[in-house]
Design a binder for this molecule. Structure first.
Ligand SMILES: [Zn+2]
Length: 202
C-alpha cells in the first residue's frame, strides 16, 4: 500500500515537472529566468564529494521560489549590472543520502532522516557575479565547511563583508531566509509547506 502511495505521489510530482502550473510545481529555473547563471558543481566531480551526483547541470526549484530568485537577480542586474549565479536548487533525497554518507556533519549537510530544504525545492545556493562573470569575493569558495564561511565570521576584509551583506539583504527582501553557517545558502520563507521529494532530476 505504501509503495503504491509513493508511486502515486512520484507520478504526480513528475507530472508537475512537465506541466508547471501551480506555485508549488518543481520547474526548470531557466524557464522562469534564463538570465540567471548556473554553475552546478554536483553535476561535475568538482564538489565536496568528488562524485557526479546529478545527471544534468539544469537547476530546478518550486515555481514560487524560482520567481522570487528571479526578482532578486533582476534587481542586482538593474542596479549594479550584477547577476546571481546558482550552484544548487532542488536536490533529490537520494542525493542527500549520498552526501550524508560522505560528510555526516549536520552543520553543513542535512541529515536525510529529516531532509534538507533543498529536498523540498525550497532552498538555493548562490553567489553574485559581476558583468565580466567574475564572482564577487565572499571570503571563501562555495561548500567551504569552515567557520570562515559563516556569515558573521568577524575577521574578513571590508569588501567581503559588504558583498555578503548585499547578497543577504537582496535575498531577504525577496522572501528568503539566510542561515548562519553558509553564506551561499538561502531558504525560502514558508519552506515547511513544501514536502520532501525524491523525484529524480530529469
Ligand atoms: Zn544549500
Amino acid at each position: 500500500m505504501k509503495t503504491i502511495k509513493i508511486f502515486a505521489i512520484q507520478f504526480l510530482v513528475t507530472f508537475s515537472f512537465l506541466n508547471a502550473q501551480s506555485d508549488t510545481s518543481i520547474v526548470p529555473l531557466w524557464q522562469i529566468d534564463s538570465t540567471i547563471v548556473t554553475d552546478v558543481r554536483y553535476a561535475t566531480t568538482n564538489n565536496f564529494t568528488g562524485k557526479v551526483l546529478y545527471p544534468t547541470d539544469k537547476v530546478y526549484a518550486r515555481k514560487i521560489v524560482a520567481e522570487a530568485l528571479s526578482k532578486a537577480h533582476q534587481e542586482l542586474l538593474a542596479k549594479y549590472n550584477y547577476r546571481i549565479k546558482i550552484f544548487d536548487g532542488y536536490r533529490p533525497l537520494s542525493v542527500q543520502r549520498t552526501m550524508w554518507e560522505i560528510y555526516p556533519d549536520d552543520r553543513y549537510v542535512a541529515n536525510p532522516a529529516t531532509g534538507s530544504r533543498h529536498n523540498r525545492g525550497a532552498a538555493v545556493d548562490i553567489t553574485i557575479i559581476d558583468s565580466t562573470g567574475t564572482q564577487l569575493d565572499m571570503g571563501t569558495e562555495y561548500d567551504n565547511f569552515t567557520e570562515k564561511a559563516h556569515y558573521a565570521y568577524p575577521d574578513l576584509p571590508k569588501d567581503v563583508i559588504s558583498n555578503r551583506k548585499l547578497l543577504h539583504d537582496t535575498m531577504i527582501k525577496y522572501g528568503f531566509h539566510p542561515i548562519t553557517t553558509e553564506w551561499w545558502h538561502f531558504d525560502f520563507n514558508g519552506w515547511k509547506r513544501f514536502s520532501i521529494l525524491d523525484v529524480k532530476i530529469p
